[in-house]
Design a protein around this ligand. Structure first.
Ligand code: TYM
Length: 330
């Protein structure tokens, strides 16, 4: 079976972007592939989270993954910091990554703009650590959203560079989404994408209560509309149609697409419908995640078993990497 790796940072509440960009793929992939899914706690340290918050955030990400349908019996579900082999391979791989290329990465440049007071070396080498998460399990498929596409290109570059310098060890991993193109879920304001840390009103979280969901969808941006029949759909409207495609029936989607085309569309009705369908989608995940979060004993058991399997596989790769490099003295 092909090997799959993906991770999520424990930096806040999971949202629809995380679900449709990543988790939805995990759930299908667990039936077909040898899957390693993890919580990227080391990666989250680049933004200096409060140590008090970290354990709770990690447990919630785990609970939300399982509540969404991930089965810890089928996949290896673990926490990044439980695999020290990753840290060693990261040290080795850092010597093959060039400062110039790391400084050019768009996610790094964003951080330089948004957190200028904390441009730490961990941010610069973030793509190296992420590549190692993937390469250490020798994964070939990596289910992620569009924002991670560039990082995957770098993972392939680092794999190639290592293989060329020291000998063949790493397959080249590809970003993956069922349905081909990587997904980007837009924010409800139409500006930027949904994200864990940005504007709360613009993002639908898996932990949102029904009334919050309805309120956010109602406030979503729509253009005043009703121009010429057949007018091209503005982005604010096509964003909502795209969200509908994820949670509503085909008939509902078709109805509103046609209503736009002949300009009989009523945005109030459309948002009520979308809100209700969103509630139907999110509520069961939210309730299940709440229950699971109470059960920390179970979650700890899951990550312990997950780490055991992930570590065994990582240790083999690391051993081969050391040998190829010449760290082989006894
Ligand atoms: P993170 O924690 O920011 O996001 C987790 C996953 O959710 C996807 N995602 C989105 N997809 C579509 N639309 C959106 N609006 C949206 N927002 C987030 C992300 O693409 C991601 O798949 N660097 C990674 C974590 C990581 C990782 C890895 C991933 C660390 N090591 C190894 C894969 C393999 C990150 O920060 O994801």
């Amino acid at each position: 079976k092909e090997i799959v790796v993906s991770g999520i940072r424990p930096t806040g509440y999971l949202h629809l972007g995380n679900y449709f960009g990543a988790i939805r793929n995990y759930i299908r992939m667990q039936e077909e592939f040898n899957c390693y899914f993890f919580v990227a706690d080391w990666h989250s340290l680049t933004t200096h989270p409060d140590p008090k918050d970290l354990p709770g955030n990690v447990m919630r990400v785990l609970a939300e993954n399982i509540a969404s349908g991930l089965d810890p019996e089928k996949v290896s579900l673990y926490v990044q910091s439980d695999i020290p082999e990753i840290a060693e391979l990261y040290l080795l791989m850092n010597t093959l990554a060039y400062i110039g290329e790391l400084e050019k990465v768009p996610t790094f440049k964003d951080k330089v703009r948004t957190q200028p007071q904390n441009v730490n070396a961990g941010l610069l080498t973030y793509p190296v650590l992420m590549s190692v998460d993937i390469l250490i399990q020798r994964a070939v498929k990596v289910p992620v959203g569009k924002d991670q596409g560039q990082h995957l290109e770098m993972a392939r570059d680092f794999a190639q560079r290592f293989n060329k310098r020291y000998g063949n060890l790493f397959p080249e991993p590809e970003a993956f989404n069922y349905g081909d193109n990587l997904i980007r879920i837009p924010s409800l304001t139409g500006e930027g994408k949904m994200s864990k840390s940005e504007n709360e009103m613009a993002t639908l979280y898996l932990a949102d209560e029904d009334d919050q969901i309805l309120k956010k969808v109602k406030k979503a941006k729509t253009d005043s509309g009703t121009g010429e029949p057949g007018a091209p759909m503005p982005e604010s409207v096509s964003n909502l149609i795209d969200l509908m495609k994820l949670v509503s029936t085909e008939d509902v989607v078709k109805f509103y697409q046609e209503a736009w085309n002949n300009q009989t569309i009523r945005f109030g009705d459309m948002k009520n419908q979308l809100g209700e369908d969103m509630v139907k989608f999110i509520a069961p995940i939210r309730e299940k995640a709440k229950d699971l979060q109470q059960n920390t004993d179970y979650l700890r058991k899951v990550i312990k078993a997950g780490a055991e399997k992930a570590r065994a596989n990582a240790a083999q790769t690391l051993q081969e990497a050391r040998k190829l490099i010449g760290i082989n003295y006894y």
